[in-house]
Design a protein around this ligand. Structure first.
Ligand code: SAH
Length: 200
């Protein structure tokens, strides 16, 4: 998978490739899908949700430009797979998942695999995690109609926020940077994610 679907399609960041080489994706999918764990597509994880496609995750991680000392947030932790990848290549990771059963399974997996710098919180990730902010990078693993204001506020100066943004027709992976408090936005191609649920 790493050779063919990641390097072969333009993923070059050494830290990102290292993370993929370390984290066993088969531990994050239901038993009946283990034989498909290293195919490059999303797979069902229960509750109508999916573990994301590896190539898309790799693009998002590459866009985060991580060096190793960051504190990061993932919104929509699902299976916990991306939290584990992040835990390999940055200092501290916080993942938020709104579906409690998924969050609990993710927690168990991360514990079993021995990650001590990764934490899963149950809740609405569109509100971020003010008590742990600011974050050097934020990854949103579900498609939103806008950049949730709380996430923008909780992004550190110089930080990057990666989010799939959707309109009626499509979803675009969007890279947002905070430079001197101002928003810089760049589109990084089409993508397909489950919806980000913003609770009122
Ligand atoms: N990174 C995960 C992706 C799971 S799919 C993985 O690879 O396993 C996206 C997840 O986002 C779903 O589990 C869904 O329940 C969750 N989600 C959607 N809206 C959310 C919100 N507002 N807060 C937290 N999680 C949310």
């Amino acid at each position: 998978m790493i050779e063919k679907d990641l390097i072969g399609r333009g993923i070059y960041n050494e830290r990102v490739l290292y993370a993929f080489s370390k984290v066993p994706r088969e531990e994050f999918v239901p038993p009946q899908y283990k034989h498909l764990a290293y195919e490059d597509y999303p797979l069902p994880i229960g509750e109508g949700q999916t573990i994301s496609q590896p190539y898309m995750v790799a693009i998002m991680l590459q866009e985060m430009h991580l060096k190793g000392d960051e504190k990061v947030l993932e919104v929509g932790a699902g299976s916990g797979y991306v939290v584990a990848l992040l835990a390999e290549i940055c200092r501290e990771v916080w993942g938020i998942e709104r579906i409690a059963s998924l969050a609990e399974q993710a927690r168990e997996r991360l514990q079993k695999l021995g990650y001590t710098n990764a934490h899963i919180i149950i809740g609405d990730g569109s509100k971020g995690l003010p008590e742990q902010a600011p974050f050097d990078a934020i990854l949103v693993s579900a498609a939103g109609r806008r950049v949730p204001p709380a996430l923008w506020e909780q992004l550190a100066e110089g930080g990057r926020l990666i989010i799939p943004l959707e309109n009626e027709y499509s979803q675009i992976l969007t890279v947002i940077e905070k430079k001197e408090g101002k928003m810089r936005k760049r589109e990084a191609g089409p993508c397909l994610f489950v919806p980000l649920i913003e609770e009122e």
